[in-house]
Design a protein around this ligand. Structure first.
Ligand SMILES: [Fe+2]
Ligand SMILES: [Fe+2]
Length: 302
């Protein structure tokens, strides 16, 4: 193998954010409204690499203490849909062509599908910050989700680089909109959003990623496998953050976490919660079987 098994290093994307005498206008305007305004500018960015650059710049300002929360007494109007590039072509989930399972084409299609998931994850994490900033959450909440938003941008970037090394890029294949729709069903309720996005969707990633890594290793694509290893490690922490803040919201409302989780998932998530579960990784993230096992009996397997 001539390739190194290490993903290529990430460049500093500030160069793409800073234009002329300073920041590009939309982000600069957003930053005037503090972290939530910057989060909105990230969600609005249509060019994916501009979205990544804005996420990195915003995260750095927040983590260095150079960006505050701003006035969060009022709900910030977040866009119903994120900014997206002209390609990939968007299809209904049922119209998506079946992904070929093996070979280089199959691996490219897998990495493309994962890049699309990560782009959605970038938007979902910053949407969470902007949409629920008025809820009076402690600053540790924003620290955690800024870190998630930064890592989702890293995941998308790593996958795009890998698609480039394989001779293509993000946008080459169609994609679907199901993830964003799942997230938006919970736009009214932070507790429901935490139940569905980190504790159902991201926890599902923990279930399926190890087998993908094994398949990539078997196909001697160590570089793609190394990218998925990074994603897997980070996603476990995202689920842990989800558990932490879901429990916080339950405590604040005097609700029992496990039955509340099940009721919110049943009311707000149209997909199924089904085995096989990666019980060990879920437990490491603090997600006990008492949360999700009762749902798998409820959701009929497709
Ligand atoms: Fe991710
Ligand atoms: Fe994540």
């Amino acid at each position: 193998m001539t390739e190194s098994a290490q993903p290529s290093p990430e460049p500093d994307n500030d160069a793409e954010v800073a234009t002329g005498d300073g920041l590009e206008e939309e982000l600069r305007d957003g930053l005037k409204d503090g972290l939530p305004g910057a989060a909105r500018a990230i969600v609005l960015a249509a060019d994916p690499m501009q979205k990544v650059g804005r996420a990195r710049h915003t995260a750095r300002l927040w983590q260095q203490g150079k960006l505050g929360l701003g006035r969060v007494s009022q709900r910030l109007a977040m866009p119903d849909r994120p900014g997206r590039p002209a390609k990939p072509e968007m299809m209904a989930p049922r119209d998506m062509p079946r992904r070929s399972a093996g070979g280089e084409k199959g691996r490219f299609a897998l990495l493309h599908a994962l890049a699309h998931i990560e782009l959605n994850a970038v938007d979902m994490s910053w949407d969470l910050i902007g949409r629920f900033a008025h809820e009076g959450m402690p600053s540790a909440f924003f620290d955690d989700w800024v870190q998630v938003g930064l890592e989702e941008a890293k995941h998308f970037d790593l996958l795009c680089r890998r698609l480039g090394e394989l001779g293509g890029g993000y946008g080459d294949l169609p994609a679907h909109d199901g993830l964003w729709q799942s997230a938006q069903a919970t736009g009214h309720d932070l507790t429901a959003r935490l139940a569905v996005v980190p504790l159902v969707l991201e926890a599902r990633g923990l279930d399926v990623t190890p087998a993908m890594i094994d398949n990539l290793n078997r196909a001697a694509d160590d570089t793609s496998a190394a990218v998925l290893e990074i994603i897997y490690r980070d996603e476990k922490r995202h689920v842990a953050f989800g558990v932490r803040w879901f429990r916080f919201m339950c405590e604040r409302q005097g609700l029992a976490p496990e039955p509340t989780f099940q009721a919110l998932v049943r009311a707000n998530f149209r997909g199924t919660v089904k085995p096989p579960f990666n019980d060990r990784a879920r437990a490491e993230a603090g997600l006990a079987p008492g949360f999700y096992k009762p749902l798998s009996a409820f959701g009929a397997p497709r």
